[in-house]
Design a protein around this ligand. Structure first.
Ligand SMILES: C[S@@+](CC[C@H](N)C(=O)[O-])C[C@H]1O[C@@H](n2cnc3c(N)ncnc32)[C@H](O)[C@@H]1O
Length: 262
């Protein structure tokens, strides 16, 4: 583990590595959330717009604001959401550039463990959501085997390579999120575990995908050709390769929602 920051510097690589996964979770999360149509939304840590796009496609929002501190993610989100009318800012979850009580619903998809002080991030969502509105999030269950790339992350660490981890990884635990929602004064708190699967066409598809990971991609790319080859063989042996070469992985996320008191 290292204290280096995970840098989100390429929206397209992010899409292949994580955006696709996020939308798989988002589809089930939005069904569980069951929001009304026509709400004003805040998407905190909107990244390259993976979740934001689903709000527009499924929930006819009145407005959507997305914030993310990474310029490359915001640039990709601008392209992806062109024509939808989203308002996007480079901003931090701990200091949301919106007025009190100014939106109906705030979401944090796959973000809470990246926020240095998660309690501040949740408090900010509770501040900007109007009474009766919803504050919600989902995050990979990092300690319960939910992260889709945990086998390769573990293997690279065991190989002695230092990789950066999100700064607030503890916040991926359901009980920690529940406590954060309580501390922020939210009520009617409900939680859900959301399971998803994703298939890669073959090992080459999987490998190209992980080379674009903001966490382990730089370390994989920096390996010598021989080390990378040996590591590939090691990882390949751990993956559930089907007869046709396809690889299907499972993952699960912890989701939470609560209501701002009236
Ligand atoms: C795993 S991505 C999730 C992106 C998007 N929500 C999705 O579901 O695909 C994590 C995002 O959190 C953003 N992030 C990191 N630190 C943050 C902070 N302090 N406040 C808000 N967003 C942050 C990153 O820039 C990155 O885009």
């Amino acid at each position: 583990m290292s204290n280096d920051q995970i840098r989100f510097e390429d929206g397209a690589s992010y899409e292949r590595y994580m955006g696709i996964w996020s939308q798989l979770v988002a589809a089930k999360f939005l069904t569980w959330l069951a929001p009304q149509q026509g709400l004003s939304w805040l998407d905190v840590g909107c990244g390259n717009g993976a979740f934001t796009e689903m709000i527009f496609k499924q929930h006819q929002p009145s407005t959507v604001t997305g914030i993310d501190p990474a310029p490359a993610q915001i640039a990709y989100a601008h392209q992806r959401l062109d024509g939808y009318g989203a308002t996007l800012y480079e901003a931090d979850a701990q200091n949301v550039p919106l007025d009190d009580n100014s939106v109906n619903i705030a979401v944090m998809p796959l973000v809470i463990f990246f926020v240095p002080e998660p309690a501040k991030g949740v408090a900010e969502m509770a501040r900007v959501v109007a009474p009766g509105g919803t504050v919600a999030a989902y995050t990979w269950d990092m300690f319960g085997g939910g992260f889709p790339y945990s086998p390769i992350q573990k293997a690279i660490t065991e190989a002695g390579v230092t990789v950066p981890y999100p700064p607030s990884i503890e916040a991926s635990r359901m009980e920690v999120m529940h406590e954060l929602w309580l501390q922020a004064g939210l009520s009617n708190i409900q939680t859900e575990v959301i399971s998803v699967t994703r298939s890669f066409v073959d090992f080459a598809d999987y490998w190209e995908t992980v080379l674009g990971a903001p966490s382990i991609g730089p370390q994989l790319n920096a390996m010598s050709a021989s080390k990378q080859q040996a590591f590939q063989a090691q990882i390949r042996a751990t993956l559930p390769l089907e007869a046709n070469g396809q690889i299907t992985l499972q993952a699960h996320a912890n989701a939470i929602k609560g209501v701002v008191a009236r």
